[in-house]
Write a protein that binds this ligand. Structure first.
Ligand code: ADP
Length: 699
């Protein structure tokens, strides 16, 4: 049991650990996925930013292309300033646009067309005079594209397009990611050239990224690539920042977008993963609960099986104990009752006789308790066998009558037998157990009646070979209250204890009776009027063997035996006869000897099976009394051996089993072995004499 508890504890820990690990794995996976997704988004944005810069670059290229075409036209007339001015004007006017200023500058900073611009403001003019087309920006002045016009290898003029700030915004602003990204273009001095729609971004993005180091990291990455992106926070929100170089300019594109806008759709993937994990957890938990319930059931049924086995073991031990106890207790009682009987027979002193009567009644009460306990244990262990045989109906009734007669007489109660005369004389059934039930009814009737009578009424209704019998025991006793009637048949239940204090009993009799009735397929009914009397009826069917009516039953009316009168009874005498008694307990042999003291027979005693065998080799006995339980060779083994012996001088001698084993049904077993009869210890002098009279060959 302890082991099971331990296993259960381990299992609980195991499952908790599993759930915890699933949580941790789920958590780590979600984090890993998050970072993977962020990396993926960054890569995506890096690529997109590169594409956008290319687009931006193409805008710039298209400006350069126009300027360079004009420059080529001007190279033909580069020597003549007027012609240059003229052509340039024509060409500029051909694609006049609002918000764009166009002009031609000379080396000394003068403008031959358009506004003059200072090199200090736009360093790109200087670059152009050095032979490179170039772009420049000045806050408030706008965006300037410059293109050199060559005379041979030298630059003679510089053409320019200047986009005023508003126009710059219109023409070069860029939007991507469905407009969700905030993008701006800045120059090498970190001045915003093309602003985004978000003023906060325009005002603070560059500064913020410089402060938190992201700008530095992005710039470092630009050493090996043209664009880069990194995750971070913008105004408390998860954001992706990106940076990209724009072509051959000193401009760069910088931008921010909220991660949730980019991750839209990708996020559902995480949710999906979390769902899968959640589902997995639910599965584990419900699986565990299921396992526990199954395990609980298995443990329960295992516990039940163990308990059942334990109970069976205990029951077997109990039966063995009771059977031993039967023998062990009956042997000393045998001595007590035997000796008491001797005192009753021989003592002349009234006081001593009174004591002896008390010992006798206490001894008998003890005996009946032991018999009840033994019977109950036999029934409960399923060892109570129903043994059916032919029997004389008269014998059944007579046995019952005589078994309670003495007690009834002692209480001055009238014992009446009223039996249907037409009942068949021979039946087939378990007489021993029917008798046990009826004797219990009769004993109770006598016990719980203080004056009046006990009537034993037997009725039978027969048809063909079956007879339905009703045995009723009616008394004029104390009666039973209605509310107690149901409890009577429970084990160890005695009702009205106070009132019945002086009546001996264990509360087992009726419990045994009910169980026996069940075994016999019989039924018991009780009717009672409190204070007036009770009626117990046993209904049972028996097979008819001989239909001859049992006739009128008459039982000899014995005189009330007065104690002293007992002593004057005529004793059984059989001078010249020789009997053998075999018992391993010296005390039993002594009692036996005392009981037949006046019989004038020769009584030989053997204390073992072997001694018995030795004696019957030499002597011929008129009767042998054999104990059952003996060490080495028991009574049955000795008897079997005797039957086979060639030199047995007592081959035809009746052998009576004399045993303390008194449980119901044993008599039949002994008879089946071949014993002539059976007497249960403690044996009474009277019973002994009856057996001697019955079986001893006289003469
Ligand atoms: P007990 O050993 O106490 O007689 P039983 O099982 O034979 O046990 O009877 C159970 C109880 O039923 C008794 O204690 C008694 O109170 C009641 N009882 C049985 N038979 C009678 C009867 N004939 N009259 C009154 N009470 C009875």
């Amino acid at each position: 049991m302890k082991n099971k508890l331990l296993d259960r504890k381990h299992l609980i820990y195991g499952v908790l650990l599993l759930i915890l690990s699933l949580f941790v794995i789920g958590f780590l996976l979600a984090r890993k996925m998050n970072s993977m997704i962020t990396n993926y988004i960054c890569d995506m944005i890096t690529e997109q930013a590169a594409t956008m810069t290319k687009l931006e670059n193409e805008y710039f290229e298209s400006e350069y292309r126009q300027l360079s075409e004009i420059a080529v036209y001007l190279e033909d007339v580069v020597e003549e300033e007027e012609k240059v001015k003229e052509r340039a004007q024509v060409l500029f006017e051909a694609n006049m646009e609002a918000g764009v200023e166009k002009g031609v500058l000379t080396l000394d900073g003068q403008a031959i067309l358009g506004k003059a611009l200072s090199v200090e403001d736009f360093i790109c003019i200087k670059n152009a005079f050095q032979g490179h087309h170039s772009i420049g920006y000045k806050e408030g002045d706008g965006l300037l594209f410059c293109m050199p016009v060559f005379r041979g290898k030298n630059v003679k003029y510089v053409l320019y397009y200047r986009y005023l700030p508003d126009e710059v915004q219109k023409r070069f602003s860029t939007a991507t990611f469905k407009g969700k990204a905030n993008i701006l273009i800045a120059n090498e001095k970190d001045e915003v050239v093309v602003a985004s729609e978000n003023d906060e971004i325009n005002a603070g993005l560059i500064g913020e990224l410089q402060d938190n180091g992201i700008m530095m990291e992005l710039r470092n990455r630009l050493n090996v690539a043209t664009s880069a992106a990194k995750a971070g926070k913008w105004k408390g929100k998860d954001s992706i920042f990106f940076l990209a170089e724009i072509g051959e300019t000193d401009f760069y594109m910088i931008g921010q977008m909220n991660e949730e806008d980019v991750a839209d759709g990708i996020d559902t993937l995480i949710v999906l993963v979390l769902w899968v994990f959640g589902l997995l957890l639910v599965l584990v938990v419900s699986g565990t609960v299921f396992l526990f319930s199954i395990e609980g059931k298995i443990t329960e049924s295992e516990a039940l099986r163990e308990a059942k086995e334990e109970a069976e073991r205990a029951n077997a031990a109990k039966s063995e104990f009771l059977s031993n106890m039967s023998h062990e207790i009956r042997t000393p009682i045998n001595a007590v009752l035997g000796m008491t009987e001797m005192i009753l027979k021989e003592s002349k002193e009234e006081q001593i006789l009174e004591y002896a009567v008390s010992i006798d009644s206490a001894g008998n009460a003890l005996l009946s308790i032991i018999n009840d306990v033994l019977d109950l244990s036999k029934i409960e262990s399923g060892k109570m066998e129903i043994v059916e045989s032919q029997y004389e109906f008269y014998t059944l009734i007579s046995d019952c009558y005589h078994m309670v007669l003495d007690r009834a007489k002692k209480k001055n109660l009238e014992l009446k037998v009223n039996c249907d005369e037409t009942i068949p004389s021979k039946m087939h059934g378990d007489m021993v157990h029917i008798r046990q039930i009826l004797v219990n009814f009769l004993t109770n009737a006598v016990k719980y009646t203080n004056e009046g009578s006990v009537e034993f009424r037997i009725k039978g209704e027969c048809c063909e070979d079956l007879c339905a019998l009703a045995f009723t025991v009616k008394d004029t006793g104390i009666g039973i209250k209605k509310e107690h009637l149901d409890k009577l048949f429970e084990k160890f239940v005695r009702v009205e204890l106070k009132r019945n204090q002086s009546v001996e009993g264990t509360g087992l009799g009726l419990a045994i009776t009910r169980q026996l009735a069940d075994l016999l397929d019989a039924r018991i009914e009780v009717e009672s009027t409190y204070g007036e009397g009770s009626e117990f009826t046993l209904y049972i069917q028996q097979k008819i063997v001989d239909n001859t009516p049992v006739g009128r039953m008459e039982f000899g009316i014995h005189d009330n035996k007065v104690l002293l009168a007992k002593q004057n009874e005529e004793h059984f005498e059989a001078p010249g006869k020789r009997i053998l008694v075999v018992d391993d307990v010296e005390m039993n042999l002594k009692v036996f000897g005392f009981l037949l003291k006046n019989s004038k027979m020769e009584i030989d005693k053997a204390t073992s099976g072997q001694q018995c065998i030795d004696l019957i080799r030499k002597n011929t006995y008129d009767m042998i009394f054999m104990d059952h339980m003996m060490p080495e060779m028991d009574g049955i083994e000795t008897f079997e051996y005797m039957k086979k012996m060639e030199d047995n001088q007592s081959k035809t001698t009746p052998v009576i089993m004399l045993t303390a084993n008194a449980t119901a049904g044993v008599k039949e077993q002994y008879m089946a072995c071949g014993f002539t009869d059976y007497l249960s210890k403690p044996v009474k002098g009277e019973q002994l004499e009856q057996v001697l009279i019955k079986y001893m060959k006289m003469g």
